[in-house]
Design a protein around this ligand. Structure first.
Ligand code: BES
Ligand code: MN
Ligand code: ZN
Length: 495
């Protein structure tokens, strides 16, 4: 898709579809008024008929509107104009884009120069329109024999929003598009089945990515090299699988000088059976999504390379498959992590923290400015937050509040849980330095407590995305979260 800024009065724009906004009770926006006037009050007539009232997310497509240059006219409902905020505008854009994609229009123009979003500026609106357009255009057909026809819509233009600078809008369209594409990249990796998207597949994906972007460099460690680094915890997870674990290191060099990097670490369990502590059969297919943290890291690295961020960033993926077998790790087994700490594996289904802890020790070498791990870590996060929030836990209050703010800004929201010392005792083990589970209560917190034992040397935040990374049910599929949050955070870090 191509995005651009286009000048001209709504009724005279030459495009496949001109899009105008109508707020609740049929109140016409400035551009809708112009189209109404030019078309002999056709919009007013539709509103009077009761077919369209301007409710938030409502749409009405009109073909060959008389008096208007565009081939189609699309009315978008914005709801109460006074309450029109960022979340509402995202919803409205999605509704509009979905209609455009069902039509055969190859181009569309959003005549929204006068649109006001109460809590955001014009640049945000432009970026969001591009992001949603890409996000909504995602279709999965990689493992279907019938391929889905490409969408007709190719060009989306936008009126220069009042009070904006054209140059900035163009840049924001580009940024929003890059974010939208990265969201789709993460979705694609998540949606691929476990027999395709293996640890080796993720490694290849990272290598391909670094061939595409000059600032990126990828290094892959296999099990032999991990053994040499004494990553006994990570290797205990892949012990039962025929798929070799891979440790993936993607580095983006954006700063000219030697500069301490920000680090992302993704959980990349390409399938989680639970291991010997085998999961139940119902819904187990969804454990192919247990690498969505890894997918978000790979996609984010591609995005920040595309954006040429002037800072150094390292993306790490700890990729393994968690399987039962005659040589799999058993409950009660004790393993030695790269940090030297011994771990009693009381439940082989608490495997995410076992791969992450070695990755978190590994990244100490970078003297990172911040480390964020992203993991589909606990069912408890799904129970707590459902699909809406990323669970956030951190050993640094400033980093936590920064991430909360960025999540709010890009509508990829996080909510913080406490990492109090009182919870740490739940991880005591009679036989090792630490147990890998903390009992049935406060599961998201005890999982983060486990990780916190390995992150003492830097500012660290943990995002448990078990609820937000994919949808279940008829809409089953990866969401691409928290790519928007990660990109928004990194974009705003000083060089
Ligand atoms: N990948 C799962 C977490 C998960 C479960 C995410 C369901 C989304 C939906 C993780 O590896 C796991 O199995 N966690 C266990 C930990 C428990 C054994 C302490 C869980 O949450 O049940
Ligand atoms: Mn598990
Ligand atoms: Zn898991």
């Amino acid at each position: 898709m191509k995005f651009s800024i286009k000048a001209g009065s709504a009724e005279k724009i030459n495009t496949g579809c001109v899009v105008v906004v109508v707020s609740s009770k049929g109140t016409l926006g400035d551009e809708a008024k112009l189209c109404d006037k030019a078309s002999g009050k056709s919009i007013s007539k539709i509103i009077r008929s009761g077919d369209f009232s301007g409710k938030l997310g409502e749409t009405q497509l009109i073909h060959n509107p008389t008096g208007i240059t565009a081939k189609r006219l699309l009315l978008l409902g914005s709801g109460d104009a006074r309450k029109f905020n960022s979340r509402n505008s995202a919803k409205m854009f999605r509704a509009g884009i979905n209609v455009l994609q069902k039509s055969n229009a190859t181009s569309a123009h959003f005549a929204i120069a006068s649109l006001k979003v109460s809590d955001r500026d014009a640049n945000w609106i432009a970026s969001r329109l591009a992001q949603e357009s890409e996000d909504c255009s995602y279709r999965f057909d990689a493992t279907k024999s019938a391929k889905i026809k490409a969408l007709a819509i190719k060009n989306i233009s936008l009126a220069a929003i009042t009070g904006s600078r054209r140059k900035e809008l163009v840049a924001e369209l580009k940024a929003g598009q890059a974010i939208g594409k990265a969201i789709n990249h993460a979705k694609q990796l998540g949606n691929l089945p476990g027999n395709v998207c293996t640890p080796s597949y993720l490694a290849k994906e990272a290598q391909d990515l670094s061939k595409k972007h000059r600032s990126l460099n990828t290094q892959i460690l296999g099990e032999k090299q991990m053994a040499r680094l004494r990553m006994g915890s990570l290797l205990s997870v892949s012990a039962g699988s025929v798929e070799e674990a891979k440790f993936i290191i993607i580095s983006h060099k954006g700063a000219k000088s030697v500069n301490r990097p920000h680090v992302l670490v993704g959980k990349g369990i390409t399938f989680d059976t639970g291991g010997i502590s085998l999961k139940g059969g119902a819904g187990m297919d969804e454990m192919k999504f247990d690498m969505c943290g890894a997918g978000s890291v790979i996609a984010t690295m591609g995005c920040i390379a595309e954006m040429k961020l002037p800072i150094n960033i390292i993306g790490i993926v700890a990729a393994a498959e968690n399987m039962p077998s005659g040589i799999a790790t058993k409950p009660g087994d004790i393993v030695t992590s790269m940090s030297g700490k011994t771990i009693e594996v009381l439940n082989t289904d608490a495997e995410g923290r076992l791969v992450l802890c070695d990755a978190l020790t590994y990244v100490e070498r970078y003297k990172p400015r911040s480390v964020i791990d992203i993991a589909t870590l606990t069912g408890a996060a799904v129970a707590t937050f459902g699909p809406h929030a990323n669970a956030l836990l951190s050993n640094d209050d400033k980093l936590a509040s920064t991430l909360l703010q960025h999540g709010e800004y890009c509508l990829d929201r996080a909510w913080q849980l406490p990492l109090w010392d009182e919870y740490q005792d739940l991880l005591n083990s009679n036989f090792a330095d630490i147990a890998n589970i903390g009992g049935p209560r406060a599961g998201t917190i005890t999982a983060a407590c486990f990780l916190s034992r390995f992150t003492k040397k830097y500012k660290w935040a943990h995002l448990d995305i078990a609820g937000s990374a994919w949808h279940s049910g008829t809409l089953k599929g990866a969401t691409g979260r928290p790519v928007p949050l990660l990109v928004d955070y990194l974009r705003n870090q000083k060089a």
